[in-house]
Design a protein around this ligand. Structure first.
Ligand SMILES: Cc1ncc(COP(=O)(O)O)c(C=O)c1O
Length: 395
C-alpha cells in the first residue's frame, strides 16, 4: 500500500451565486449517473441528435452547424476565431471587459490584424464606434462582440451591430456564454453568424460543453479556407461530421457521454419551462437583486439600461474587506459569489443568478446575509431596506 494521501470525495453543499458554474437541478444531476454507452451506440446517437435539435431551439436557429463542443466556453471562443480567421484577416473586436480582451489575445494568435474597439469597462460598445471601426479597413472579415460581459455585468445590444456588420460585409461573431438560456438571443433573426456559449451558466448544466452554432455564410468560409484549421481538436468541419453528419457518423474524438446526458436533460427542462418564461424568470430575479442592492445604498457598476439579469456587478463599499466578506459568505453560509476580474479586482463583486440558481429565495437570502456581513464590516446601512426593495420588485 503506497502512502499517497487523499480525502474522501464529499463536496460541501453550496449555493452558487458566482459568475458560474451555477447550481444544477436534481434531474440534471441524476442524468449524469445513467449507464455508460459508447459514443457510436445507436441509442446514444439518438441523444446526440436530440441535443442538436434542442440546441437549435435554444439558439433560435436553423443552422446546420449547431452542436456542443466537448470543452468549456473558452474552447468555443478558440474554435470561433481559429476556424474563421486566417493569417492577415482583419477582425474588429469590442473590448469592454475581460472576455473582449481574451478575444483579442486569441485573434492575435491566429495571425489576424485586430482592430480593438476599447470602451470603458462597464459600458456598451456604441454603434457609432462599431461603424467607424468597420469603415477603417478595406475588408473586415469578422466583427466580434461579447453579448453578456461577465466581468462587468453589461448586456451588449446586437441588432444595430448586426446591421452594420452586414452593411460592411463582415460576419458577426457573438460570445453568449453568460446569456444563452437566460437572456433573449435569436441567432437567425438577429443575423448572428458565429455564436458560442457555455453549459455551466444559464443552461443549468455542469461545465464541460460549449454549445456552438455557425450560419451558412460562416460555413462557406470554412469551405474556402486556404489553409487547414490550425487546431485538430476544434476543427469545426471535422466536428460536424460527428455531430451533424450528412452521411455516416465520423469518429473525431470520444464525446463526453455523461455530459451529453446532462445537457440533454438541462435542455429538456428549458423546453418544459419555456424559453420566454425562463428569460422572464432571470429578469425578475436579476432586477429584484439590483433593486435590493441599490436600496442598501450600494452602487451598481454596469451602465444603467444595459444591465445583465444573469450577472450583477456591485461596487464594494470603501472600508469593506473584499476577500473577508466573500470568505465569510462561503464558509459561514455556503454562498459563493465572484470577485472582480482584471482591472475590477477589489472594486466589485459579481453576483450570478443563472439557471437553477436564479430563484427568489436566493435573492432574498443573499441580500439578508450581505447586509449582516456589511454591518459587521462597520458599513452603515438602513436595516432591511435591501430585502424590502427586492420583495416589492418580486411582487
Ligand atoms: C463571457 C465569457 N466568455 C467566455 C468564458 C469562458 O468560459 P469557460 O470558463 O467555460 O471556459 C466565460 C467564462 O466565465 C465568460 O463569462
Amino acid at each position: 500500500m503506497s502512502d499517497v494521501s487523499f480525502q474522501e470525495l464529499k463536496p460541501p453543499p453550496r449555493i452558487l451565486l458566482g459568475p458560474g458554474p451555477s447550481n444544477i437541478s436534481p434531474r440534471v444531476q441524476m442524468a449524469m449517473t445513467q449507464p455508460m454507452l459508447g459514443h457510436m451506440d445507436p441509442y446514444f446517437t439518438t441523444i446526440v441528435a436530440d441535443a442538436v435539435k434542442l440546441l437549435r431551439f435554444l439558439f433560435r436557429t436553423e443552422n446546420e452547424i449547431t452542436f456542443p463542443i466537448s470543452a468549456t466556453g473558452m474552447a468555443g471562443m478558440d474554435a470561433s476565431f481559429n476556424n474563421f480567421l486566417e493569417s492577415g484577416d482583419v477582425v474588429v473586436i469590442g473590448v469592454n471587459g475581460f472576455f473582449g480582451e481574451r478575444m483579442v489575445d486569441i485573434a492575435s494568435r491566429c495571425g489576424a490584424e485586430v482592430v480593438r474597439l476599447d470602451v470603458e469597462w462597464g459600458r456598451i460598445v456604441e454603434s457609432e464606434a462599431i461603424e467607424a471601426a468597420l469603415k477603417s479597413r478595406k475588408r473586415v472579415k469578422l466583427l466580434a462582440l461579447v453579448h453578456a460581459e461577465t466581468s462587468t455585468g453589461v448586456l451588449q445590444p446586437l441588432a444595430e451591430a448586426s446591421r452594420l456588420a452586414k452593411q460592411y460585409g463582415a460576419l458577426l461573431l457573438v460570445d453568449a456564454v453568460t446569456s444563452l438560456g437566460g437572456h433573449e438571443l435569436a441567432v437567425d433573426d438577429w443575423g448572428i453568424d458565429i455564436c458560442y456559449s457555455g453549459s455551466q451558466k444559464c443552461i443549468g448544466c455542469p461545465p464541460g460543453l460549449s454549445p456552438f452554432t455557425a450560419s451558412k455564410a460562416a460555413q462557406d468560409i470554412l469551405e474556402r479556407r486556404a489553409s487547414k484549421t490550425p487546431t485538430f481538436a476544434l476543427d469545426i468541419s471535422m466536428l460536424a461530421r460527428y455531430w451533424v453528419p450528412r452521411d455516416s457518423r465520423f469518429y473525431h474524438h470520444t464525446v463526453p457521454i455523461c455530459m451529453l446526458y446532462a445537457l440533454h436533460e438541462a435542455l429538456v427542462q428549458i423546453v418544459e419551462e419555456g424559453l420566454e418564461a425562463r428569460i422572464q424568470r432571470h429578469l425578475r430575479h436579476g432586477t429584484a437583486l439590483q433593486a435590493g442592492l441599490e436600496a442598501m445604498g450600494l452602487t451598481l457598476h454596469a451602465q444603467a439600461g444595459h444591465r445583465l439579469s444573469t450577472l450583477t456587478t456591485v461596487g464594494i463599499p470603501s472600508g469593506v474587506d473584499d476577500l473577508r466578506v466573500r470568505q465569510r459568505l462561503l464558509n459561514e453560509f455556503g454562498i459563493e459569489i465572484g470577485g472582480g476580474l482584471g482591472s475590477l479586482k477589489g472594486q466589485v463583486w459579481r453576483v450570478g443568478l443563472m439557471g437553477y440558481s436564479s430563484t427568489a429565495e436566493n435573492v432574498l437570502l443573499f441580500l439578508s446575509v450581505l447586509e449582516k456581513l456589511l454591518v459587521e464590516e462597520g458599513h452603515s446601512l438602513l436595516a432591511g431596506a435591501g430585502v424590502v426593495a427586492a420583495v416589492q420588485r418580486l411582487r
